[in-house]
Design a protein around this ligand. Structure first.
Ligand SMILES: Cc1ncc(COP(=O)(O)O)c(C=O)c1O
Length: 598
């Protein structure tokens, strides 16, 4: 570090390609980097050296010069001069160089979106970075959720089409005050609603890098394609899927899109034959949406009954499989409602008996990534035998939204489903950015041509934290769910558990006693619905609704949250009891209080 005066200092840095860079810092903020390769050297005025080598010598001399001998002049440029011993070192000369501080002015009429003052952008960038890191660090200090004030809703909705631009500082200020505080809250430690992911600090930084590169990852000669191929191969390895070129995969926005892809590939396989979808009522609605989109009739969806553990009943399935048609059999590696895991090995066995007619698909949105844990992995045995697995990385793997994945056992079939006849504007060439030889085009494996780069955030997340740490977090979440279920059982006068906890989901409700009449159940449903919204609206925690059986309203906690601690469970149940007491004291629910005291 080289202080020049009270405002500026220089730092000499060797970068990874061994190039010497001079960094100029102003009040601690890096404002210029001058790379001493030949091109950049011309941006630097130096009077006594003509080549980069000479300049390197000069810099070394600078380092050896005592600070008191350095003269710094700042006007439009920063001029730094200092005496050095020269040649045989028996005489001194004054060397100086100038770093331009003037902003580049565009003399032509051409415009771009780049700032006229890069330093100003840098300052804004530093401010945003500081705010975002504080935002993540302090998340526990905020309520889980707070309602969006009407004034802010109106301000957002009334905003005029911006014909003229404005200062990015002002625009950011609006984001900071109007958007950031009013999110659904899924990065909060006490958020356990639906199946949300928490993201991570590294994931957030990766998103910034991805946005800066803004590279379009359909294919071509670029590192992001290799990165995606690599992360897909890691995911196959993790799951135990064939990890070679015979199988295929692609990162997509989520399991919903992954399911559409899986169903489209299966339909391609069975082309002119009738394909029936077999799933349970507990299967996620994305299966039905994919079927609708692909024109599969309602009559061709068969709902198979479940057993006591809410798993697909294998005998019932075998009994309803039509031997004259093809089948797309859906297994769940964690159902959305209760986290039940189907007997995936049993399903794989059934499909293996008629491999030409039955396709084994697994919805692993929640559970597939739990293969990170050695302890949890056996729950999913058989997953690796699926013909296709749709799963999410933005849920339990904490990759920032959006990021899901589809893996397909028959890679060639997968490609043939999506590949298009060549069109002139996408012709691959003998070289250049889109060479025909040896390149992998992800647009041949999914719905999109233009697609963003998801691999950087996955790659950075996996490399930074490592699979074992994720495995431990998932075990921690499962243990927290079991602990909460235990707390519910301990408070059996006030709560009841509504489903067995097999993974990270707890379904429960507040009771005044075991209800035994329909009316009472309806009243309890109403009570629990109010309890749920009050908990949410007070920012205590977030759990979400689920209906067990035909008419039992449950509060549902799903813990896919690396920030949650065991003590949050104690705090949550206590606060829930307080809110329930408050509710019971209202006229509306007085009747329940009476029943409870019977
Ligand atoms: C079991 C299951 N399958 C599929 C999905 C849909 O996934 P996505 O929202 O990523 O499209 C979800 C979402 O929560 C889910 O829980």
């Amino acid at each position: 570090m080289y202080p020049l005066n009270d405002k500026y200092y220089l730092q000499l840095v060797r970068d990874s390609s061994e190039c010497l860079n001079i960094e100029l810092h102003h009040h601690g903020i890096l404002i210029r980097i001058v790379s001493l390769n030949n091109d950049h050297c011309s941006t630097l005025t130096h009077r006594l050296c003509e080549t980069v080598d000479e300049f390197n010598v000069l810099i070394i001399d600078l380092l050896e010069t005592s600070i008191s001998n350095i003269r710094v002049t700042v006007d439009e440029n920063l001029e730094i001069s200092f005496p050095v011993r020269f040649g045989s070192r028996n005489y001194e000369k004054l060397w100086s160089f100038i770093i331009e501080l003037r902003l580049e002015t565009n003399t032509a009429d051409e415009i771009s979106l780049d700032p006229s003052d890069w330093n100003d952008l840098r300052l804004l960038g530093h401010k945003i970075m500081d705010n975002m890191i504080d935002y993540m660090r302090d998340v526990r200090l905020r309520p889980t959720w707070r309602p969006l004030p009407l004034t802010i809703k109106e301000t957002i909705l009334n905003g005029d089409l911006p014909l003229q631009g404005q200062s990015p500082w002002q625009v950011y200020d609006e984001v900071f005050t109007m958007i950031l505080p009013y999110v659904i809250g899924n990065i909060h430690p006490l958020f356990w609603g639906h199946v949300y992911g928490t993201g991570s600090t590294i994931g957030a930084l990766a998103e910034f890098i991805t946005g800066t590169m803004n590279t379009m990852s359909w294919g071509g000669q670029q590192a992001s394609i290799y990165l995606e191929r690599k992360v897909l191969s890691w995911l196959k390895q993790l799951i135990g899927f064939p990890n070679d070129e015979t199988s295929s995969g692609i990162l997509v926005s989520g399991t919903s899109v992954a399911t559409i892809i899986a169903l489209a590939v299966a339909r391609k396989k069975f082309h002119e034959r009738t394909m029936i979808i077999y799933c349970t009522k507990d299967a996620h609605s994305c299966i039905i949406r994919a079927a609708n989109l692909l024109g599969i009739n309602k009559e061709n969806i068969v709902y198979v009954s479940t057993n006591e553990q809410r798993q697909i009943d294998l005998q019932a399935l075998e009994a309803c499989i039509d031997p004259n048609t093809c089948g797309f059999i859906v297994g769940s590696a964690g159902t959305v409602g209760t986290g039940a895991i189907d007997d995936l090995q049993g399903l794989a066995d059934i499909c293996a008996r008629r491999p030409n007619d039955l396709w084994f698909h697994v919805d692993g949105a929640i559970g597939a990534v739990a293969c990170c844990s050695r302890r949890l992995r056996p729950l999913f045995t058989g997953l690796e035998r699926a013909d296709s697995i749709a799963f999410d990385l933005h849920k339990w793997l904490s990759v920032p939204y959006e990021c899901g994945c589809i893996l397909v056992r028959d890679g060639e079939l997968h490609r043939s489903t999506f590949v298009q006849p060549t069109v002139s504007y996408l012709t691959l060439m003998d070289g250049g950015i889109t060479p025909s030889e040896g390149e992998h085009f992800f647009s041949d494996y999914g719905l999109e041509l233009s697609r963003n780069t998801k691999a950087v955030k996955v790659w950075m997340t996996l490399k930074t934290y490592g699979i074992e740490r994720f495995g431990r977090i998932m075990e921690q979440n499962v243990d927290q769910a079991l602990y909460f279920a235990h707390l519910i059982e301990q408070h059996s006068n006030q709560f009841e558990l509504l489903a067995k906890v097999t993974l990270n989901i707890v379904c429960f409700r507040y009771i005044v006693r075991q209800s035994n009449t329909i009316d009472e159940n309806d009243m309890l449903n109403k009570f629990n619905k109010r309890l749920l919204t009050m908990i949410q609206e007070r920012g205590i925690a977030i759990v979400s609704p689920f209906v067990i059986g035909t008419n039992t309203f449950a509060l549902r906690m799903c813990i896919t949250n690396h920030r949650t601690r065991l003590t949050d469970m104690d705090k949550f149940i206590e606060q829930m009891i307080q809110v329930a007491r408050e509710l019971l004291s209202t006229d509306e629910f007085a009747i329940l209080k009476t029943i409870g005291s019977v």
